[in-house]
Design a protein around this ligand. Sequence first.
Ligand SMILES: Nc1ncnc2c1ncn2[C@@H]1O[C@H](COP(=O)(O)OP(=O)(O)OP(=O)(O)O)[C@@H](O)[C@H]1O
Ligand SMILES: [Mg+2]
Length: 326
Amino acid sequence: MKTDTQRKTKLPSTFEEEYRSAFGECAQRGGEAALSRAYDLGRRAISEKKSLMEIASLHHQALHGMLADAQGAARHQELLAAAAEFLAETLSPYEMAHRGVQDAIVALRQLNETLEEEIKRIAYAVHDEAGQLLVAVHLALADVARELPKPQKEQVGRIEELLNQVEKQLRRYSHELRPTVLDDLGWIPAIRFLAQGVSKRANLSIQIKTTVVGRLPGPIEIALYRIVQEALTNAAKHSKASRVRIRIGRKNRLFCCSIEDDGVGFDVRAVQSEGKRRGLGLIGMQERLNGIGGTLSIDSARGRGTRLLIQLPADVLHGHPHRAGR
Ligand SMILES: Nc1ncnc2c1ncn2[C@@H]1O[C@H](COP(=O)(O)OP(=O)(O)OP(=O)(O)O)[C@@H](O)[C@H]1O
Ligand SMILES: [Mg+2]
């Protein structure tokens, strides 16, 4: 039985009710007002995350009902014409949103290219400039040591050893930041190089298995390298795993790359829910993939490790506008 409050409160109409009512009005009277309701409904559908299939099915049902009630071929024709106009108007916000996404993808690609240039610049600066400074420090130390008695000479010797280690680490970091192997030999050798470093630093066994050979277009190789780099950083930073497996291959018409660890896992929904997101890594991976037409799925749960799966349609690999010019 309904309570008084329920009787008095008029519940807002659902999207489906509103659609039928506006469609009915359009079929009866037509006109700008009905089409404007269709457009507003399209915007509401987007905000309520209605899929195109849901709208098509709703439209089909409503039209079917109207055609069944209508008399005569002429009226049927009128209804069909009104229905086409109404549906087109409802879908026009989707069309605009789609164009917006395409523009955003182009902007993302450009942003990533600019970022890559910046990373390259930093990598070279670390390698060349910091390297040069260290050479100068070595020379200055050698000068100082020449005048010193033996015990102090030995102390300077130890400082030089430490400096050598700093130099080695800086070289390693600058190569990982923007490995020349990535340009010269491709993303898989670059990942092998990166994995060696991470494995040593994080005491993690990293196995790489691949069934693909050859090069991919430049922007795709860079994006894949950056994604795997972030996945390995996350595994080293958060997972407490002992083993990471990277598999690269093709399945039907898809190019796949998975990165799997046997660590503590995490609650993917909680980490990705709005308001809770803190890090930039996972979202950066997703955005890089959006920029090259790929998808990312994350399978993880507490205590069950983490598996990231990157998929790219094989035709994207060949039809990318920026083919590697190497
Ligand atoms: N392999 C993993 N194992 C366990 N937890 C993970 C793993 N990868 C990600 N996470 C969890 O997901 C969160 C989000 O990861 P994300 O890479 O987006 O951010 P972050 O690593 O915290 O910071 P940033 O990448 O910006 O330096 C992490 O803070 C961590 O809790
Ligand atoms: Mg991260």
